[in-house]
Each structure stands twice: as C-alpha cells, then as structure tokens.
Design a protein around this ligand. Sequence first.
Ligand SMILES: *[C@@H]1O[C@H](CO)[C@@H](O)[C@H](O)[C@H]1NC(C)=O
Ligand SMILES: *[C@@H]1O[C@H](CO)[C@@H](O)[C@H](O)[C@H]1NC(C)=O
Ligand SMILES: *[C@@H]1O[C@H](CO)[C@@H](O)[C@H](O)[C@H]1NC(C)=O
Ligand SMILES: *[C@@H]1O[C@H](CO)[C@@H](O)[C@H](O)[C@H]1NC(C)=O
Ligand SMILES: *[C@@H]1O[C@H](CO)[C@@H](O)[C@H](O)[C@H]1NC(C)=O
Ligand SMILES: *[C@@H]1O[C@H](CO)[C@@H](O)[C@H](O)[C@H]1NC(C)=O
Ligand SMILES: *[C@@H]1O[C@H](CO)[C@@H](O)[C@H](O)[C@H]1NC(C)=O
Ligand SMILES: *[C@@H]1O[C@H](CO)[C@@H](O)[C@H](O)[C@H]1NC(C)=O
Ligand SMILES: *[C@@H]1O[C@H](CO)[C@@H](O)[C@H](O)[C@H]1NC(C)=O
Length: 687
Amino acid sequence: MSSKMGIAVFFFFILVVKSAASENFTYNGFRSANLILDGIADITSSGVLELTHRAKINQGHGWHPDPMTFKNSNGTVISFSTTFVFAIVSPYPNLTGHGIALVVAPQRGLPGSLPTQYLGLFNESNNGNSTNHVFAVELDTVQGDQFKDINDNHVGIDINSLFSNISASAAYHANVNGVDELKNLTLTSGLAMQLWVDYDGNEKVINVTLAPIKVPKPQKPLLSLKYDLSSVLNESMYVGFSSSTGSVPSSHFVLGWSFSMGGPAPPLSLSMLPGIPRLFPKELPKFVTIGLPILFSFMFVLVISSFYYAMLRKRKYEELLEDWESDYGPHRFKYKDLYIATRGFRDEELLGAGGFGSVYRGVLPDTKMEVAVKRVSHESKQGIREFISEIVSIGRLRHRNLVTLLGYCRRKRELLLVYDFMPNGSLDKHIHNVPGVALNWKQRFHVIKGVASGLLYLHEEWEQVVIHRDIKASNVMLDSEFNGRLGDFGLARLYDHGTDPQTTHIVGTIGYLAPEQYRVGKATTWADVFAFGAFVLEVACGRRPIEPQAQHSDIYLVDRVFSCWKRGNIAEAVDPHLGNDYVAEEMELVLKLGLICSNVEPSMRPSMRQIGQYLKGEAPLPEILSPAAGNALSFEHHVNIALDDDEDDDEEDDSEGLLSDQSTNTSASGTRPSVAESVLSKSLILL
Ligand SMILES: *[C@@H]1O[C@H](CO)[C@@H](O)[C@H](O)[C@H]1NC(C)=O
Ligand SMILES: *[C@@H]1O[C@H](CO)[C@@H](O)[C@H](O)[C@H]1NC(C)=O
Ligand SMILES: *[C@@H]1O[C@H](CO)[C@@H](O)[C@H](O)[C@H]1NC(C)=O
Ligand SMILES: *[C@@H]1O[C@H](CO)[C@@H](O)[C@H](O)[C@H]1NC(C)=O
Ligand SMILES: *[C@@H]1O[C@H](CO)[C@@H](O)[C@H](O)[C@H]1NC(C)=O
Ligand SMILES: *[C@@H]1O[C@H](CO)[C@@H](O)[C@H](O)[C@H]1NC(C)=O
Ligand SMILES: *[C@@H]1O[C@H](CO)[C@@H](O)[C@H](O)[C@H]1NC(C)=O
Ligand SMILES: *[C@@H]1O[C@H](CO)[C@@H](O)[C@H](O)[C@H]1NC(C)=O
Ligand SMILES: *[C@@H]1O[C@H](CO)[C@@H](O)[C@H](O)[C@H]1NC(C)=O
C-alpha cells in the first residue's frame, strides 16, 4: 500500500518537475537549443535562428520542441510572458518582405500556410477561421491592403487571422525626462530590436512592447489589448516563430528568446547573443572596399592601354601571309623577330645599302644567331609568288661558296631576306678605296676559285640551272675565313618577273653585263660567265670594270687588259697595290681567263666547269682569239651610253638603284643608235 502511494507521489513529482522544467526557457542564441525547424529555417553555426535567408517567396518556422500548458484546470489561460531579439535584413534598401510573427499554435507546425503576405501563418481559406486556435504577434514590413494593414512597418496582434485585432506603427515609448515620447523604429533597418509579449491571465490583457536592442523594456507597451485568450488557446500549445519572404530575398533572424509561464520572461543576456549574420559572408576589409576598386580601375586602364598597345604592335609587326605561302612555313621568319634582331632596323645595324635595298646586321632573338637581313622594297603583287617559290628553292642551295639564304618575310611593299651573316663583308670593300693591301694575292686567288666553284654549282651541279645574273665584287661576301661566297643571286629576278614583256628589263650591273643581254635581255649562263670575267679582272687589277675618270683608252678595264696583253706585258694591268707580291703564273692565268670570258660571242666563252679546270691547272687555257678586241669595242659602244648616270659606280651609296625611263642617249660613238641603246633607255636596273 505504502509502496503504491510512493509510486504515485513519485509520478506526481516527475510530472511537476517535467512541467516546471519545460514551461520556462531561455535561449541566448540557439546553438544548443533543440528547436524544430521547417521550411527554409536554419540555425547558423553562430547560433542565429535564420527563419529565412536569401530566398524569395518562401517561409520558415522554428518551434520550441515541447508543448506548453497554457490553461488552468478550470480552463482559464495562465499568464505568460515572452521576449525575443530579432533583426530583419534586406539586400536592397527599402525593399523587404514580409515579416516575422511570434506564434502560439496547437501544433508544431502550421499546415497549409502560405508565404508572402500570409507570413507563413495561414492561407486564404483558413484565414480568420476560429478553428485555427492560433495566437500571433506580427512584425509586418509590407502593407497588405488585403488584410487592412496600417502601413509597411507595423506591429500587430493576430488572433486566428491576419486581420490584426490591434496594430501600431513600429515604435517605442521612451521616458525622456519624465515625459513619455513615442519614438519611431524601422523594422527593416537591419538593426537588432527586442519585442516583449505579456499576457495577464487575471486581467485578460495582452501587452506588446518593442524597443531597440540595449534599450530597457519601456514601461508603456506599444500595444495593449484586453482579450481573453481562453477561447483561442488550447490547454497544450506550442510556441514558435513564423516568417515569410516575397519577391525580395530578405533575411529574418532571431538572436535570442526566453519564455516563462506564470511570470515575466527571463531577461536575455544581450552580450551573449550571436551577431546579426552578414548578407555577404564577411565584412569586406578596406582593401576590398577601397583598394580593389582602385586596383580594378588601374587594371582597366592597363587592359585598355595594353589592348591599344597590342593594336599598335600588331600594326608595327604586321606581315603579309597568304595561303599559298603555307608550304614555305619553315622558310618564313616572323617580322617581329627580325625587328627585334635588327633592333628596329637601326642605322647602327646597317651593313650597306644597295640597289635592291638595305642590309642590316641582326641577332635572332631565339637562337642568338647572327644574320644579315636584306630589306627589299617591292611594289608589285605580280610575280611575287613565283619569286618566293624561287627564293625558297634557292634557300635549299647549300654550297660553301654561296651565302646561305635562311628564309624570308613579307610585309606590305616590303620583302625581307634573311642570310647568313658574313663577318668580313663584301669583297669590293677589300679591293676598292682601301689604303694599302687589304687582301693579298693568295687570298684573292682563293676567292676567285671559290666564286668559280660556287657558280659551277649553280650552273651545273644543282638539280636545276640557276643563273646568278649579278656577279660582281660587291656581291661576293667574305666569311670569317675569307672564303668567297656568292650572295644575292636570284634577287634580280624579282624585278624581272611579271613585268610587261614589251619592255624588257635588263638586269645586272653595267660593266658586268654581256653585250648580248642588251639585245636579247635574256639571262644565260654565258652572261654569268661574262660577268665572272669582269669580276676576275676587277679582283686582279684592283679596279672596277669601268672607270670614267680614266684616260679614254683606259675607261674599260677589259680594253686595258687586252691592250696590255697585246703589247706582251699583261702584268702592267695588275693591281698596283699588290706590287710584286703575287704569283706571276697565277696572275697571268687569271687575267687571260678574264679576257677569254669577256668574248663578245657567248658561245666562245668557256663554261664554268672548264673555268674550274683552268684555275686548278687541270686543263690548258685556250688561246685568246681576236674577237676579244672586237669585244672591247662593242663593249665600249654598249656601255658608254649609261656612263653619265653611273659615274660613281659605288653601289653602297646607290640607294636609288632603279633607273627607269631615263633618256641616257649620250653615246660616245653616238653615230648609230643601236638596239642596245633603245632597250637601255627604256629601263635599266642597276645594283
Ligand atoms: C518560471 O519563471 C517564473 C518567472 O520567471 C518563475 O516564477 C518560476 O518559478 C519559474 N519556474 C521554474 C520551474 O523555474
Ligand atoms: C482558475 O484557477 C486559478 C488557480 O488555478 C484561479 O486563480 C482563478 O481565479 C480561477 N478562475 C476561475 C474563473 O475560476
Ligand atoms: C528609403 O527610405 C528612406 C526612409 O525610410 C527614405 O528617405 C528614402 O527615400 C527611401 N528610398 C527609396 C528609394 O524609396
Ligand atoms: C489551408 O489550410 C488548411 C489547414 O489549415 C488546409 O486544410 C487547406 O487545404 C488550406 N487551403 C489552401 C487553399 O491551401
Ligand atoms: C473553418 O474551418 C473548418 C475546418 O477547418 C471548416 O469546417 C469551416 O467551414 C471553416 N469556416 C469558415 C467560415 O470558413
Ligand atoms: C479580434 O479577434 C476576434 C477573434 O478572432 C475576431 O472575432 C474579431 O473580429 C477581431 N477584432 C478585430 C477588430 O479585428
Ligand atoms: C512615426 O511614424 C508614424 C507612422 O508612420 C508617422 O505618422 C509619424 O509622423 C512618425 N513620427 C516621427 C517623429 O517620425
Ligand atoms: C500592460 O500594460 C499596462 C499599461 O498599458 C500595464 O498597466 C499592465 O501592467 C501591463 N500588463 C502586463 C502583464 O505587462
Ligand atoms: C483545441 O481545442 C478545441 C476545443 O476548444 C478542439 O476542438 C480542438 O480539436 C483542439 N485542437 C487541438 C489541436 O487539440
């Protein structure tokens, strides 16, 4: 019996303890709270109850997990008191929605509730129905005409309905020097505020009080409604919060909450509450708010200017590249590389300027290889294709006595040819206009043999016959070991291609041009041999083929050598700079070879193969036949015409180079205008 009593007492005790323990609660932050959430509600890691956060047209609820007993045994609602700290934050100023409500409801949820103006409390069909048994205090930030809201910033008491039984604009009564003063508040200010809801079960009065955070609870409530909740509330009820958003993804936060049944709500310890979460993860440091805009505008300027620079650059380094050139890819150089190599084609890098253009020394940026870059201006689009194909095929020529053409680049009105760099420059610089003996006979003879070997390769040993067209001392380059290397071959063709066949261009240099070229205008290997003869005499005699200042009989080198030979003293023609410092047999061989090559009759000239044999002493030199004299005469006849325009035959200064449509009719023999004259007067290219 006593044990039964004991068990009953025990259960009673448990009930009381449980009841007492669950009817009062205080949450200073919700980290350790066991709230029941629904909708989009969440609790942040810092313990903030986020009823809504960055979500449009949505709702969220948070409930204290345990039910509360709101009624006495005689069915009247007990006094209760609750307070909470909240904040409403919107990403846009003055634009928010819709609000928060403290809710007392029969269930841990509000079935069928809608977001937006329904605040997550009701829907259109159950709004205002007394079977709801819902008591709420709303903090409404949108004026809904549908529910006769007073404004978009109000506090209201809602009983089963969104039509507030009483409401007031958000404000609080402040006691200023004993005088009551109503101070407006803006619910959507983003600042934390505190709300108290007190129900006096004896007086049947509901008081609602609002204040900014850290302002003590005002004496006078904002709302006070005499209303008996007994008909509204059931015995067992749940307390919680509801919130909804509309078209603006506002955030509705609750930072702390306390509740007491039968007495005033325990005060919140404000210092323990979590902070209001930022809409952006972290407060941006000054670097971001001030530094970054500056940085960005700086970068913007940088991007714009570099874009502009790139445009300029593009124009600066612009090249012409057509589809057909894709086959020649390996032979193409980038203009930019050549520009950098020659340091922007600076004057200091200028090696020389000839008829076809200027030659610059350069160091290729990638390989650090020394090159010579020849800048040739060309206007005509015609023939450039054939020429490039020829250039590329010429680029495949490899011989120790040829200057290697490494490749090309093409721009508007400009062609750039890239050659191996020849450290010792061109041969003519070592023969003409130099004090003392720049080049001794041994070296000169070596160069002559080298050039002959290179020319033999072009004429007979390569897969196709290549006619050089412009053999002369200034086109013979000297490498580091003073080997003679023929350069510039084929270049003359550029001006030959695509031109009107009616006006035949003669390509080459006066003094080296074979007489038949004036008539036929066609380049042949024999013409090359003729030019080689002139070159050989030039090297041996140390003077150019034509020297206008000389005595009349001496103007033409070939005439002079011929007459010396006739007189039986060919050595008289030898370069005086050499003195006696030469091998007489070799000298005689070279001079006679020069005369033989200068034969007027092309077929009488030896081939390059024969010339090679003579120079090596493998075959005896043929006799110099009488036509050599005639040769000299006709040579004089042909060449005299152009003398006035070519008095100073110094190619390095001849930047013009192209003589076109100039009447140069000052023939020395002058009596009969020959075919040669008329052709010559049409157009003539000098190098
Ligand atoms: C609940 O709070 C009220 C008022 O703060 C107090 O009178 C009452 O004793 C509390 N109950 C318990 C069980 O702590
Ligand atoms: C109901 O009971 C409480 C005590 O439990 C008492 O204070 C109150 O006056 C009663 N109300 C009525 C209407 O009897
Ligand atoms: C926002 O509200 C403030 C006062 O609450 C007002 O001064 C301001 O003009 C409003 N701005 C807009 C864009 O409505
Ligand atoms: C409104 O909510 C009630 C429950 O409270 C539900 O039965 C009803 O279907 C809902 N009506 C609409 C229109 O959602
Ligand atoms: C209120 O709701 C109940 C059930 O939820 C329903 O039967 C009743 O018709 C509703 N009353 C009104 C006025 O809509
Ligand atoms: C107050 O609430 C009650 C109960 O829902 C309702 O009948 C009444 O019309 C409301 N009063 C006002 C002024 O809205
Ligand atoms: C406070 O707000 C109300 C309602 O918006 C307004 O009528 C009143 O002028 C405001 N008072 C002050 C001091 O701003
Ligand atoms: C409600 O407010 C009135 C003053 O408006 C006050 O007299 C009363 O004590 C308050 N009741 C509660 C429960 O706070
Ligand atoms: C609340 O009480 C009413 C009667 O007062 C009852 O009809 C209703 O079912 C109760 N609601 C709940 C959820 O218990």
